[in-house]
Design a protein around this ligand. Sequence first.
Ligand SMILES: [Zn+2]
Length: 415
Amino acid sequence: MSACLPKIECVDDYAGSVHLRYSYRLYPDPIQRAALARAFGCARVVFNDALAARQAAHAAGKPYVSDGEMSRRLTESKNDPARAWLREVSAVVLQQALADLNTGYRNFFASVTGKRKGPKMAPPRFRSRKDSRQSVRFTANAPFRVLDNGRLRLPKIGDIPIRWSRALPAEPSSVTVIRDAAGRFFASFVIEVTPQPLPQTDAECGIDLGLGHFAVLDDGTKVAAPRFLRRAQRKLRKAQRALARKQKGSRGREKARVQVARAHAQAANARRNFHHKLSTKVIRENQAVTVEDLSVKGLAKTRLAKSVHDAGWSAFVNMLEYKARLYGRDFRKVGRFEPTSQICSACGVKDGPKPLDVREWQCRTCGTIHDRDVNAARNIAALGRREARNARGGQVRPLAAAASAGKAGSRRSVA
Ligand SMILES: [Zn+2]
């Protein structure tokens, strides 16, 4: 089986450093699983107790219980004989459960008072043992360690085998252990990375999610999924069909199920590999990259939804974002207020809706013949330039003007 690349996401970036999350598969033995289940349970109880205390204070008209007070109460409850089992778990895991609750409340307050942009957030809710995702976090204070034999040592849990699909680039500051709905375990490390800006370039790029292609760039480049990815996806579909034909409870079905899981992992790896290569290339070659913010909500009802999901567009966009931060590039996401496929990128006129099967059209105003996807990518690039100017306090210009300004700029030849 090919090497499995880890899932890397950008968590945060502040004070000039970038925080990346690296996830790897864990293989705890039955005893370690039991210890982890205990840790999940204890963290859940601590979280829920603290949430109940804050809700009770609120209902009684009393002030918000401070983080310090919560921490003091936790220490106290460990001495309570009825809660003595809390001591079987690393203290840091329990403190981190409190920290999660505190963060939940801070985000909620910030969104209610308008200090945090975006949609209003709900207050923290109780955790349940039935939640599909269970997790505990260890920080540097709870000395988790990566051992020479490659295992991950967790306090009061043990040395757990881990699949190192890629070496960690630096010392992690924390690790979150997750059990997902399928009962798989993962270790997710947070790493602080110092950005390494690449030499500046003048090139900029807008990317559209193509209908027939994975991505279409504003210079006309159309990127199709590579053959190795298509082959892996074909194999997966074949395995899924074979599984559907097997009788429930039969031995053949169990074998087919394993085949599907294996094909699934291979397709996921192939896709990640492809995303890594493409995102690195785009970030290296361009000073600024703009993509459309495809809020999945709006797309869910369209035919595009499935292709977005299949293509793993959001995973790719996430890679662009963190690589832009790492290499000193601008990453821009533009909203869907503008119908990028309807506006002529040459003259800026809105030419009206185009059914999904219209791949090429001629602008009724200026006569330019457009490839639907390339035109959309050009509009996205223009929107990105406009947003960047606005952010710098420049003059606000409508898309039309921004689009034609972009067209006048240098353009690389179509690959
Ligand atoms: Zn036109």
